[in-house]
Design a binder for this molecule. Structure first.
Ligand SMILES: [Zn+2]
Length: 325
């Protein structure tokens, strides 16, 4: 994977490409951003580009260094992650030994430290000394979910690279490139934060089935109240799907939201894009405010379930309220 192939993160990419094109590579970077924003993939892609000997700034994927990297066979790349709950001083010492070890090549060495905010104070101080006296061809990439939780002394010696939550469209594009089924992916990117969480949701047992049940329920909730009640009984609460009422409601919110997308002419934004015909016929049966009300009722049902109202009862009350409009 090269930097350009990764989803989103235009700002982080700008900073990294500047380093690659100008040759002004810092000796330490701090990648800070929420879970699922792709920091580790970006760190790997940046490292690969730094090792690459091909033409161009990003990794070429074809040179010897790129191939070594892809086979997990790049001896100048070192990874550190928490041992248990924290990164301990022995791990930093071990890293220093590895980096100090002179092999024949004088090429650049790179180390990536994950969850750098979990370093013990001793480990942080040890790393700090290291950052203060950088051996010139060494690049540190430090990863954290919370840059503010990293010691200021470390922060001030690193180039800050901010990561944002990935936008649903960026995630959808990436999942499409991976060949993930589009109908499931369209829903998942609105329900999970980050690509890993999306993939997990899509692979979860019954997700595609849940999507189908929600389509039926969404349709029936508007026009066929009794049928909606019965299908909720049969297809949700008598099956495994009943164990995930919150997921069901989250999907139902997306269903009502699709009506608003359709009204606004944003067909490309539809989650339930395979239902375009039906949605087209019914989207104008209520006003945009009416659909917002349906979404609010659905969210309230979720709150009631969290407050230990039985899911079945909460869903039935929801259907009554939606029916009444
Ligand atoms: Zn290359």
């Amino acid at each position: 994977m090269s930097i350009a192939q990764l989803a989103g993160q235009p700002k982080a990419k700008r900073i990294l490409f500047y380093a690659l094109t100008s040759g002004k590579v810092s000796h330490a970077y701090l990648f800070s951003g929420p879970p699922g924003s792709g920091r580790m993939n970006m760190a790997m892609a940046f490292a690969k580009a730094l090792f690459c000997t091909g033409e161009g700034d990003d990794a070429c994927g074809e040179c010897l260094e790129c191939r070594k990297f892809e086979h997990g066979n790049q001896p100048d790349l070192h990874l550190v992650e928490p041992d248990g709950n924290s990164i301990k001083i022995d791990q930093i010492r071990e890293l220093q030994r590895e980096l100090a070890y002179r092999n024949i090549s004088t090429s650049r060495k790179i180390y990536i430290v994950q969850r750098v905010e979990t370093m013990t104070l001793q480990a942080a101080n040890s790393l700090l000394k290291f950052l203060e006296e950088p051996q010139s061809p060494v690049v540190a990439i430090l990863l954290t979910e919370n840059g503010q939780a990293v010691l200021p002394t470390i922060r001030s010696r690193t180039q800050w690279v901010p990561f944002m939550p990935l936008a649903p469209d960026d995630m959808l594009q990436t999942l499409a490139n991976e060949g993930v089924p589009q109908l499931s992916a369209r829903a998942a990117v609105h329900l999970a934060s980050g690509l890993d969480a999306c993939r997990a949701l899509i692979q979860q047992n019954g997700f595609a089935e849940m999507r189908n049940v929600v389509i039926q329920l969404g349709k029936d909730s508007l026009t066929r109240f009794t049928a909606a009640m019965m299908s909720a009984q049969q297809h949700i609460f008598k099956t495994e799907l009943g164990e995930q009422p919150q997921l069901l409601l989250s999907l139902l919110v997306l269903w009502y939201k699709d009506m608003i997308h359709f009204q606004a002419g944003r067909h490309e934004a539809l989650v339930f894009i395979d239902q375009l015909d039906w949605i087209g016929k019914h989207a104008f049966s209520r006003s945009a405010e009416g659909w917002v009300t349906c979404m609010e009722y659905t969210l309230e049902a979720g709150k009631r379930m969290r407050a230990h109202v039985s899911p079945q009862l909460a869903l039935e009350q929801l259907l009554i309220r939606v029916q009444e409009g």
